[in-house]
Design a protein around this ligand. Structure first.
Ligand code: SF4
Length: 698
C-alpha cells in the first residue's frame, strides 16, 4: 500500500512521517525525507509509532455511568447537563480542559463553542503546563506571541545555548540537527541545567546552575554585554524600549549575589558570558526548565533582554527560541485554546477584538474577561464553582500538580465528561460520560510545530467501533445545545478554511498571525497541503519575523523589561530538605497512554525512579536500586533509587510518566505544589520541597 504522509504524534518538533499499512495489519513508519522539520530523521518515539496502534485498551463505545451507551444518548445528556448548569449558575459554571494533543481543527471548534456560544472563557489546556510563560514573555517583549526563530537558524548559529532543556531526550530530532551543525560547522553548544542530562554529555560547556538561578544568570549576562561594549546601540535606539530600566534592574545584583544565586563560579560565568558576547550568531533555546517555574515569564524576558540589547533577534542564526513540548501546543495558542486569549492572537480584554470575533462567528456573546487557568480551573472544581466539566484528550489526574487534589476536585464536579482514546486512565475513571475519540493514524487535521510550521496529520486507519473525531463530538454537542448553524462542519477542511479566514482579523488588528491565504481551500487542496510556515507570503519571501526591526507593540518597538531575581529562591526546608525536579525520559510520553503500548519504547525505562546524589544517599542509608519513599506535603510516592552525581547534592529528579494504573504510589505530580507564575499561571513543576527515606514494606 502507498505510504501516507503525516506528522508525528509526540513532540513539538513536528517531524514528518510516512506511514505505510502492511498486509499483516502492522504499519511501517519512516521519516519523511521531504519534511523540513526532520528531513527523514525520526527518534525512537516516532520510529515506534507503529507499535502503538492496536485497539487493545481503547475506549470503543460511549459510556454513561460505566454502562455502554450510544452517541445520541451521550451527547443529549451532555447538552442537557451543560444547559442546566448555564441556566442555573451562569456560563462560568462550565469548563473545558483540553490538550496540546488535539489537532488545530478540534481546538478551534472547542474554543468557538466555549468562548463564542457558551459565553465563558473557561477553556484551558494542558499546554498551560508547557509553554504559557513563553507566551507571556513574547507578548511583553514583542507585542504578540510570536516565536521569531526557525529550525534553520540552528544550522546557521555559531553558538547554541540550551537553557532548561534536555533536548537529546525531549526533542531528539532537533538535537540531532544541532549535533550535525556542530560536526559540519563547529557550532559551540552550551547547556545550562541543574542536572547533568544526556544533552549535557555532548556539549562544549555544561553549567550546573542552582535551581531557580536563571534570571540572575541572564541579568549577569546583560551586565557583561554592557561592560564589554557589546550593546547594539543603533538597534536599541531604533527598535527597543526599556533598555535602561532592564539594565538598572540587572545592576542591582552584586557579583556575590550572582555567584550565590547561580551556584556557579566566576570562571564558569566568565566563560559563558565571553562565548555569548563573542559569537554574534547565538540562538538561545529554552524549554520546560525555563517555562515551568514560578518566575518562568521573567526568565523568558531575562533571556529576550539579552537578545534585544545586542540586536540578535529576527536575523539569520540568532534569536531566543522557545521549543514547545506537545505536537500542537503552538496550534492551540493560535486558535485561542488558552483561557486568557482569543483566536488569531487577539486579546480577550480588548473590546474591539471581542467585537470582531463575535461578528466573525455571529456569536451571541463573548466573555469580557479571561477564564480560569489550569490550576485555578481545578481549584474551582474543588470549590464547587464548576458544575459541568469536559476533559478532552488529557489525563489531569496524573499530570497536574497536586494530582491527588485534582482527582478529588474532578470527583467533586456534578457532571464530568471525558473524551479519550483510552478506556482506563486515572481521569476516565472519574467521568460520568465517556466519549470514544479517534487517535493518531485515524484522524485528519493540522498541527503547528515549534517553528510555526503547519503540517497535516492524515488518517490511514479506520475509526475503531464507535470512535468519532474530536471535532465531530464537539460539533454534535454544540448542535444539541442549539447552535448547529455555527457548527455545521462536514470535514476538517471546512474548519481549517474558516479558521484561516478568521486570521484576517489578526492582520486587520495589526497582529502577526495571518494564514488567510488558505481560506478558500477546498478538500482536495487541504488533502494535498504541504508543510508550511506562517506567515504565508504570496511571494514566498522569507517568513522570518522582526527582520526589519518592527514589532507588534503599539509603537512598533520591542520591550526590554526590568527583571529582578526572586527574593526567596530556595524552597527546601527543614521538614522537606530536598528539591525535587521532574521531567521526561527519552522513550515515554506524558502519562504513557500511547508510549507504554510499545514494547520497544517500554524497554528503555521499565519503572519509575529517583535520581539522588551519592552523598545524600549515603547519609540516608539508601542503597543502589533500593526502594525509597519520596514525600511532600501533598502526597508520597515509592520509587527505585538511582544513585548518581548527575543530580546535585540536595536535589532529586524523578520522571513524570507513571500512573496509578502501574502502581498505586507512582504519580510524581502528586508531590508537586500548585505554585504558579503570577503572569502566565504556569505551575512550578521543576522545584518541589520533598523528603526522601528508605522504603520499608510492612
Ligand atoms: Fe516525533 Fe518529536 Fe521524535 Fe520528531 S523528535 S520523531 S516529533 S517525538
Amino acid at each position: 500500500m502507498t505510504g501516507v504522509r503525516t506528522t508525528c504524534a509526540y513532540c513539538g518538533v513536528g517531524c514528518g512521517v510516512i506511514a505505510t499499512p502492511q498486509a499483516d495489519g502492522g504499519v511501517d513508519i519512516k521519516g519523511d525525507p521531504n519534511h523540513p522539520a526532520n528531513y527523514g530523521r525520526l527518534c525512537a518515539k516516532g520510529t515506534n509509532l507503529g507499535e502503538t496502534l492496536s485497539t487493545v485498551d481503547r475506549l470503543l463505545h460511549p459510556m454513561i455511568n460505566g454502562v455502554q451507551s450510544d452517541w445520541d444518548s451521550a451527547t443529549t445528556l451532555m447538552a442537557e447537563k451543560f444547559q442546566t448548569s448555564i441556566r442555573e449558575h451562569g456560563p462560568d459554571s462550565v469548563a473545558f480542559y483540553v490538550s496540546g494533543q488535539l489537532l488545530t481543527e478540534d481546538y478551534y471548534v472547542a474554543n468557538k463553542l466555549m468562548k463564542g456560544f457558551i459565553g465563558s472563557a473557561n477553556i484551558d489546556t494542558n499546554s498551560r503546563l508547557c509553554m504559557a510563560s513563553s507566551v507571556v514573555g513574547h507578548k511583553r517583549a514583542f507585542g504578540t506571541d510570536t516565536v521569531p526563530g526557525t529550525y534553520e537558524d540552528l544550522e546557521n548559529a555559531d553558538l547554541i545555548v540550551l537553557v532548561g532543556s534536555n533536548l537529546a531526550w525531549c526533542h531528539p530530532v532537533l538535537h540531532q540537527r544541532i549535533l550535525a551543525a556542530k560536526e559540519t560547522r563547529g557550532t559551540q553548544i552550551i547547556n545550562i541545567d541543574p542536572r547533568r542530562t544526556a544533552t549535557s554529555d555532548l556539549v562544549d560547556m555544561h553549567l550546573g546552575i542552582k535551581s531557580g538561578g536563571d534570571v540572575a544568570l541572564f541579568n549577569g549576562l546583560l551586565n557583561a554585554i554592557v561592560d564589554a561594549g557589546a550593546v547594539d546601540q543603533d538597534y536599541v535606539d531604533q527598535h527597543v524600549n526599556g533598555c535602561d530600566a532592564a539594565l538598572s534592574a540587572a545592576r542591582e545584583t552584586s557579583l556575590d549575589q550572582l555567584l550565590n544565586l547561580t551556584g556557579l563560579n566566576s570562571d564558569q560565568l566568565d566563560a559563558f558570558y565571553a562565548a555569548w558576547i563573542e559569537n554574534k550568531r547565538v540562538v538561545t533555546i529554552y524549554s520546560q526548565g525555563v517555562n515551568q517555574a514560578s518566575d518562568g515569564s521573567d526568565k523568558v524576558n531575562a533571556i529576550i533582554n539579552c537578545h534585544l540589547a545586542t540586536g540578535r533577534v529576527g536575523r539569520v542564526g540568532m534569536g531566543p527560541f522557545s521549543v514547545t513540548g506537545q505536537p500542537n501546543a503552538m496550534g492551540g495558542r493560535e486558535v485561542g485554546g488558552l483561557s486568557n486569549m482569543l483566536a488569531a492572537h487577539l486579546d480577550i480584554e480588548n473590546p474591539i477584538h471581542r467585537e470582531k470575533v463575535a461578528d466573525f462567528w455571529n456569536a451571541p456573546t463573548l466573555p469580557t474577561q479571561a477564564g480560569l487557568k489550569a490550576v485555578d480551573l481545578f481549584d474551582a472544581c474543588a470549590s464547587g464553582q464548576i458544575k459541568a466539566l469536559w476533559i478532552m484528550c488529557t489525563n489531569p489526574a496524573v499530570s497536574m500538580p497536586r494530582a491527588n487534589d485534582v482527582a478529588a476536585a474532578i470527583k467533586n464536579v456534578d457532571f464530568v465528561a471525558v473524551s479519550d482514546i483510552i478506556a482506563k486512565t486515572d481521569t476516565t475513571k472519574l467521568a460520568d460520560v465517556l466519549l470514544p475519540a479517534t487517535g493518531w493514524g485515524e484522524k485528519d487535521g493540522t498541527v503547528t510545530n515549534s517553528e510555526r510550521r503547519i503540517s497535516r496529520q492524515r488518517g490511514f486507519l479506520p475509526a475503531p467501533m464507535d470512535a468519532k473525531h474530536d471535532w465531530q463530538i464537539i460539533c454534535d454537542v454544540a448542535t444539541k445545545m442549539g447552535w448547529g448553524h455555527a457548527f455545521a462542519f462536514k470535514t476538517p477542511s471546512d474548519i481549517f478554511a474558516e479558521w484561516a479566514a478568521m486570521t484576517q482579523l489578526s492582520r486587520d488588528a495589526g497582529k502577526d498571525l495571518d494564514i488567510s491565504a488558505f481560506s478558500m481551500m477546498n478538500d482536495a487542496e487541504y488533502d494535498a497541503l504541504q508543510p508550511v510556515q506562517w506567515p504565508i507570503k504570496s511571494d514566498h519571501s522569507d517568513t522570518r519575523f522582526f527582520a526589519n526591526g518592527g514589532f507588534y507593540t503599539s509603537d512598533g518597538r520591542a520591550n526590554m523589561l526590568g527583571i529582578r531575581p526572586q527574593s526567596t529562591p530556595q524552597i527546601a526546608n527543614t521538614k522537606y530538605p530536598f528539591t525535587l525536579n521532574t521531567g521526561r525520559v527519552r522513550d515515554h510520553w506524558h502519562t504513557m497512554t500511547r508510549s507504554a503500548k510499545s514494547p520497544t519504547l517500554s524497554a528503555h525505562m521499565g519503572e519509575p525512579y529517583c535520581e539522588i546524589h551519592p552523598i545524600d544517599a549515603n547519609a540516608l542509608h539508601i542503597k543502589p536500586a533500593s526502594l525509597v519513599c519520596v514525600e511532600s506535603p501533598h502526597g508520597s510516592v515509592i520509587l527505585r533509587a538511582l544513585i548518581t552525581d548527575r543530580v546535585q547534592q540536595g536535589q532529586v529528579f524523578a520522571p513524570l510518566h507513571w500512573t496509578s494504573l502501574w502502581a498505586s504510589k507512582a504519580r510524581i505530580d502528586t508531590l508537586v505544589p500548585s505554585l504558579c507564575d503570577p503572569y502566565s499561571g504556569q505551575p512550578e513543576l521543576k522545584r518541589a520541597a520533598v523528603n526522601i527515606r528508605p522504603f520499608a514494606a510492612n
